[in-house]
Design a protein around this ligand. Structure first.
Ligand SMILES: [Cu+2]
Length: 212
């Protein structure tokens, strides 16, 4: 049964016969259906008979593969005299309503600029927050803006300033990329791609009691 394909190690023969195998192979344009090994639902002969579903699923997995092949680290972004480096956001547990975003913003110009807000694809709002120790307790509060003076490099990091994705519409998973737009008084709107790092990621400084 489906010996031709099985001999090439491409079909796990979870399909029920030669006809199914040939059909599935021709649908994908090539016989390497190694996805079989990881997707139990593919093993159902009933599913295999629905070409549209197969194609949809295959296209989805292909898209996912491209997505996952994206660079692990986000690129630096230059906007006017500002350079935004290593933007990252911490992964969130299921059901979390907020997530913290961090980056370094350097101003090489002769005029100051100010981060005043932004928007994101994954949350209802994007706020600028400051964390500080108050009476031995780490607290955070929203601020209207964050100045980046001429020649200054401002670090947004756990335990300090950060952008807060408020009203998350989905959990943030490690390895994902989150698109956001940061608004600066002078540089204007700047598109930033945040890399989602692990829930325990620190990259400098403690980040306790980081909830609302
Ligand atoms: Cu916050």
């Amino acid at each position: 049964m489906c010996a031709d394909i099985a001999n090439r190690g491409a079909c796990n023969c979870s399909f029920q016969g030669p006809a199914d195998c040939t059909r599935a192979a021709s649908l994908t344009g090539r016989p390497s259906i190694t996805i079989n090994a990881h997707s139990p639902r593919w093993a159902s002969p009933a599913v295999a008979f629905i070409p549209e579903l197969i194609m949809t699923r295959f296209a989805f997995i292909a898209a996912l593969a491209v997505f996952m092949a994206a660079p692990a680290e986000a690129q630096d972004i230059t906007a006017g005299s500002l350079k935004i480096s290593a933007p990252w956001i911490r992964a969130t547990p299921k059901g979390a309503s907020v997530g913290g975003g961090y980056m370094t913003i350097a101003n090489s110009g002769t005029a100051g600029d100010r981060l005043v807000g932004g928007t994101s694809d994954v949350s209802n709002r994007l706020e600028i927050h400051e964390m500080s120790m108050e009476g031995g307790v780490m607290k955070m509060r929203p601020v209207a803006g964050l100045d980046i003076k001429p020649g200054q490099t401002v670090e947004l990091k756990p335990g300090g300033y950060h952008v807060m994705f408020v009203g998350l519409r989905q959990p943030l998973e490690q390895g994902q990329h989150v698109k956001a737009t940061l608004r600066f008084e002078k540089a204007g709107d700047v598109a930033v791609d945040f890399t989602v790092k692990g829930i325990g990621a620190q990259d400098g400084g403690p980040s306790k009691a980081h909830g609302h």
